[in-house]
Ligand binder design. Structure first.
Ligand code: DGY
Length: 420
């Protein structure tokens, strides 16, 4: 299959709903939080104004307490479940009540570096600062140095093997009728199971009943996991925010952000797991590390947390996975319990995670491996098109197609000369 920069731009244009971009038609017909940040960086390669608008539309969904929801329902659509009536939040525009990986400041720093309008950057900087404060206050109230998720959807890695143990505590009973729409658009073998879905909706029911108040949610949560992926992304975003604060913030902002980075990097170091030679998430209810090998375990490379020994171990593991014939970077490796090369976050390769891992490898001087990860990403997209995710063994394109964030990553890779 031949794909080009023009094709990638056409995917973004096709998914543009007027200032915000849906991840893909039908399967995800609204604005998704971390998708939007990658999409903004994709737009920024050719249209900075449109890139800023993407982020501005996202923060229209921001709550008064700083939380940025994982979905903003700008316009109705009947091809998705659970819609705004299930979430029952009280925001205009309507939103979900949980969040997603905070890539916003990483995208904003990229736009600023390219010369985006400073006044618009400043307004978004304030939104990102409020959001980061929310993360640490609402999701690390015990000051452990890593942030917790109360729903697997908040990780963006909905059905990752790491969630299996913690999710087993969540009952399958729901007060909402579960009417899955996703399996009408994509083969059920590529999506989370029905049992997982019922538990996902049980959590939504629980939090809606708690009125979406962060303190009550923390107390009520039957799922509470300190996530290595989101914590690493948040710290990468904090570093981006610190850079922006030099121009757009105060000295006090800079001191506050630097203190959070120091505490967060110390927290991440406590998530190192010798058993898998990677960083791991931590189950706050069972008080145990969740030693499941996964792509998220490399994301601390985005931060200053890893020392030379950890960088070497992570690089060696990636090289091993590659030598075993896997397209980098599988969301779970082929020898992991629960591996399924086609099922969402149980094996498939995701372009956005690859882009983040490559950035992290570059930060730590592993440039050759960073180039390998980028080349694998490019090969996957050129082989199968702008699919949602890719089989790490067969390289087949899976999930939704015409996918915005895959197109956005292709544009970033193309700009760096990693694609024609
Ligand atoms: C979904 O609906 O599959 C999303 O990942 C949840 O945000």
């Amino acid at each position: 299959m031949t794909v080009s920069v023009a094709d990638a731009r056409a995917v973004l244009a096709a998914n543009d709903r007027g200032g915000y971009t849906v991840p893909t038609a039908k399967l995800y017909p609204f604005q998704w939080n971390w998708d939007s940040a990658f999409v903004a960086m994709g737009f920024a390669t050719f249209d900075l104004d449109r890139a800023l608008t993407e982020l501005e539309r996202l923060v229209q969904g921001q709550w008064a307490d700083g939380m940025i929801p994982h979905i903003v329902f700008h316009a109705p659509a009947d091809t998705y479940f659970p819609g705004p009536e299930v979430w029952g939040t009280h925001h205009a525009p309507p939103t979900s009540g949980i969040t997603q990986p905070p890539v916003l400041a990483i995208a904003l720093a990229d736009l600023a570096r390219r010369g985006a309008d400073p006044a618009r950057v400043r307004a978004l900087y304030r939104a990102a600062l409020a959001n980061h404060r929310w993360w640490w206050q609402a999701r690390d109230p015990e000051h452990r140095g890593f942030v917790a998720l109360l729903h697997p959807w908040e990780s963006g890695r909905d059905n990752a093997p790491s969630w299996e143990g913690p999710l087993a505590r969540v009952p399958e009973t729901t007060t909402t009728e579960v009417r899955r729409r996703d399996t009408g658009h994509v083969d059920a073998s590529m999506r989370p199971s029905d049992s997982e879905y019922r538990r996902f909706i049980h959590l939504v029911d629980t939090y809606r009943a708690a009125g979406w108040d962060p303190v009550r949610l923390w107390q009520a949560a039957p799922f509470k996991v300190g996530d290595v992926g989101v914590t690493a992304i948040l710290l990468g975003a904090e570093a981006a925010l610190l850079g922006l604060a030099a121009t757009h913030g105060t000295d006090a902002d800079q001191a506050e952000i630097a203190a959070r980075i120091a505490a967060g990097e110390a927290g991440l170091r406590r998530l190192w797991c010798d058993a898998i030679g990677q960083y791991a998430s931590h189950d706050l209810i069972g008080e145990a590390l969740l030693p499941a090998p996964c792509s998220a375990g490399f994301l601390p490379l985005l931060t200053g947390a890893p020392g030379a020994a950890e960088v070497a171990a992570l690089a060696a593991l990636l090289r091993r996975w590659k030598a075993e014939g896997q397209l980098l970077v599988p969301s779970a490796p082929r020898d992991a319990p629960g591996f399924d090369s086609a099922r969402y976050w149980r094996g498939p390769v995701w372009a956005v995670v690859n882009w983040l891992i490559a950035e992290g490898l570059r930060r730590h001087g592993e440039t050759e491996l960073a180039t390998q990860v980028r080349a694998d990403t490019r090969a996957a997209i050129e082989g199968a098109g702008f699919c949602e995710y890719f089989d790490p063994l067969s390289r087949a394109g899976l999930g939704g197609d015409g996918f915005s964030w895959t197109a956005a990553i292709y544009l970033l890779l193309a700009e760096e000369g990693a694609a024609p």
